[in-house]
Ligand binder design. Sequence first.
Ligand SMILES: C[S@@+](CC[C@H](N)C(=O)[O-])C[C@H]1O[C@@H](n2cnc3c(N)ncnc32)[C@H](O)[C@@H]1O
Length: 224
Amino acid sequence: MDDLSVQQQINQLYDSGAASYDAEPGHGIGDAERDLWRAEIAVAVAVAVTARQRVLDVGSGTGILSQLFADWGCSVVGIDPSAEMVAQAHSKQASTLANPIIYLVGDTHKAEIFDEATFDLIVSRQVVCHFYDPLQAFRNWHRWLKPDGQVVVIDGLWSRTGWDDALVDHLPLSCLQTRATIAYLLEQSGFRMTHNDWLTQVNAYLKTADVAASPRYMIVAQKV
Ligand SMILES: C[S@@+](CC[C@H](N)C(=O)[O-])C[C@H]1O[C@@H](n2cnc3c(N)ncnc32)[C@H](O)[C@@H]1O
């Protein structure tokens, strides 16, 4: 299967599941869980949050992470190749929001979608496991970031059984059992690690909520 077909299959999966995404455990987050995510992310990206910076949410889906950063006063752009996920994100956005999020349909493997040095921070929750060419994606992020810009990658120790069998062997990060691989690839793409740890509060919550939880972790790295 070529890269385009792999991405098309992923897009179809998310287009067809967009309407129910927020109701799925481990995908959508309720109020109690949102507070935990907010607290853990805030510690790692305090600089970006306080400076009201320009943030790109890659694979923004229904806008869960974008909304957190918009609530902090950041200026947020979300991109996602699934038109239906983008439509869900638009429909959830309050028309009264002082600082509206811009949601675009787009694939992060395409370097031309943003200019060089556009963003202060690139964030991504449960997305990099879908990339057919992670190095290409991370090099694009490096290019789109301003000098000293940061990336925040949140992912989990997903098992092979959770994946579509036709896709899993085409996706290099689909079912990692180590926090080392994404960190290594970010380093190979010109980033310096500043944080790589479990999301302990979120993981404890997911366990008690009885979600078939793969432990989540967060990596923060800086452009060098
Ligand atoms: C598990 S969802 C996560 C959505 C959102 N980040 C969240 O936290 O709920 C994975 C998302 O990654 C998106 N995605 C898949 N391939 C992508 C790519 N090449 N570029 C950007 N986003 C992609 C999917 O369309 C989907 O919305």
